[in-house]
Design a protein around this ligand. Structure first.
Ligand code: 6GU
Length: 232
């Protein structure tokens, strides 16, 4: 899988993707992230990527020309499965959507800024808008990082122990059960006896029970009819 991220702040991605799961995925050659600087595709000598809004008003708007040139250039390599604009107006990212994109080959993520991007980009170039939650971020970059983390860790072979993704919160619409490690007794706070019993079947039942209890108590709406097949 390859994810191309278009941004005017490429330095923002230097930290997060050099660590942890995403780095491991890249090292294994399973999932690659490429950061593309939109400014490299600006058409004027000032390398402008934003301009004043028609009709007036505060804030700048990202121009269609550099973004269009950039995407046309990248498309010469191969077509994208999806060209995503990260925006609070978009479809909400959830585990189901992350699973869907973990099975795609090539995705483009466009990070917007300022007041927004020229509407014609959204109408004619973007194939989907995705939001990571009902709050406003100052730009799409942090949302792109969240998207990549949620998706790439699900690509088969990325996690060492494949079952660890299967037992994630949400993977079966359940929150995860509590976990403990040493010491067994910290100032009188004891690890549940069942986990020390060595009875694998009972431990599994206990974990399922706790996952159900926790989901009902904290996220009752996660219980519900399964959505249908297809592009979520
Ligand atoms: Cl994807 N972008 C921005 N700017 N704000 C957001 C968001 C995305 N998702 C939630 N808020």
């Amino acid at each position: 899988m390859q994810i191309d991220i278009l941004t005017i702040f490429p330095e923002m991605f230097e930290g997060p993707f050099r660590h942890s799961i995403i780095k491991r995925a890249a090292d294994k050659g399973i999932a690659r992230i490429r950061i593309v600087n939109i400014r490299d595709f600006a058409t004027d000598r000032h390398r402008r990527v934003d301009d004043y809004p028609y009709g007036g008003g505060a804030g700048m708007v990202m121009m269609i020309e550099p973004i269009s040139r950039c995407i046309e250039h990248l498309k010469q390599e191969s077509e994208y499965d999806e060209i995503i604009y990260l925006s609070p107006d978009g479809d909400l990212l959830d585990q189901r959507m992350a699973n869907w994109y973990s099975t795609r080959e090539r995705i483009l993520l466009l990070c917007g800024h300022y007041k927004g991007i020229d509407e014609r980009i959204r109408e004619h170039i973007i194939t989907r808008e995705v939001s990571i939650g009902d709050y406003v971020l100052s730009g799409g970059e942090t949302a792109a990082m969240v998207f990549c983390d949620a998706v790439i860790r699900l690509v088969p072979g990325v996690l060492n122990d494949e079952t660890s993704a299967l037992s994630d919160s949400f993977q079966d619409n359940l929150l995860s059960p509590p976990v403990y490690t040493r010491p067994g007794d910290f100032r009188g706070m004891r690890v549940p006896d069942i986990l020390l019993s060595g009875n694998d079947r009972e431990i599994e039942e206990w974990r399922m029970q706790k996952a159900l209890e926790r989901t009902k108590a904290r996220r009752p709406l996660l219980f519900g009819p399964e959505p249908g097949e297809g592009n979520p």
